[in-house]
Ligand binder design. Structure first.
Ligand SMILES: Nc1nc2c(ncn2[C@@H]2O[C@H](COP(=O)(O)OP(=O)(O)OP(=O)(O)O)[C@@H](O)[C@H]2O)c(=O)[nH]1
Length: 212
């Protein structure tokens, strides 16, 4: 939609620029950050963790049995569920956290500066908030409920990881949550002992470069 201001005026042009930025970085259905922006934010977070050593958590979330929602209630109802879950997740985390829709019924959250002891608490809080939703379909129909599965992994502190390794770790926990029965949060444990050989190699490469 074109801005309200006088065409070609400075506010009008700024409005166009803002709208284009939104279009390229936001998901149209939910208004959350889109996959492209999420990957950029994750890359920045990997760098920040390696520099500061602050703990950061990545959560991957997926609506359970979502295909059945579409099949039983139609695609429009499915869209309502996706929107309601997106809103609920966004309202449960801090403004500094990045909440993204990265696929059909898949979401991801980057939580910078998240103490390791807080990981389970925040994941569980999100799971419970979504479970408590009563999603109105209108037209006298009963409201829908849904559940999500959550997988989480902390970025290894003081080690330069990669977005791919971090995402794979969180994804592995999400698969575990699905396999163990869904509607649950599974987080990787013993963060320090889980630095992979590849990540150690990356740390060595950085140290070598720095000393040259
Ligand atoms: N309404 C709606 N449906 C979507 C959208 N994007 C993807 N889907 C549907 O989401 C469903 C995902 O189903 P699956 O990947 O089989 O997973 P699931 O049924 O949630 O099962 P589990 O993840 O194993 O619990 C598919 O039916 C897709 O068509 C969307 O934007 N809107």
């Amino acid at each position: 939609m074109l801005p309200d201001a006088e065409p070609y005026s400075e506010p009008w042009l700024q409005g166009i620029v803002d709208a284009l930025c939104d279009l390229s970085s936001k998901d149209a259905l939910t208004g959350l950050v889109n996959r492209r922006s999420f990957e950029m934010a994750l890359g920045r977070e990997v760098d920040r963790v390696a520099r500061s050593g602050e703990p950061a958590l990545l959560l991957m979330l997926d609506i359970d049995h979502f295909k059945a929602v579409n099949d039983q209630h139609g695609h429009a109802a499915g869209d309502l569920v996706i929107r309601a879950v997106a809103q609920s997740i966004a309202q449960t985390v801090r403004p500094m956290d990045t909440v993204a829709r990265i696929g059909g019924e898949e979401f991801a959250i980057i939580l910078p500066n998240c103490p390791t002891s807080f990981g389970e608490v925040v994941a569980e809080r999100i799971r419970q908030r979504v479970q408590a939703l009563a999603i109105s379909l209108g037209g006298g129909q009963s409201p829908l409920t849904c559940t999500i599965s959550i997988g989480g992994a902390f970025a290894p502190q003081w080690v330069r990881s990669s977005t791919l390794i971090w995402t794979e770790r969180a994804d592995r926990q999400l698969y575990r949550a699905k396999a163990e029965g869904r509607n649950r949060a599974c987080l990787e444990s013993h963060v320090d002992s889980l630095v992979s050989a590849e990540e150690k190699g990356m740390l060595f490469a950085v140290t070598q470069q720095d000393s040259e």
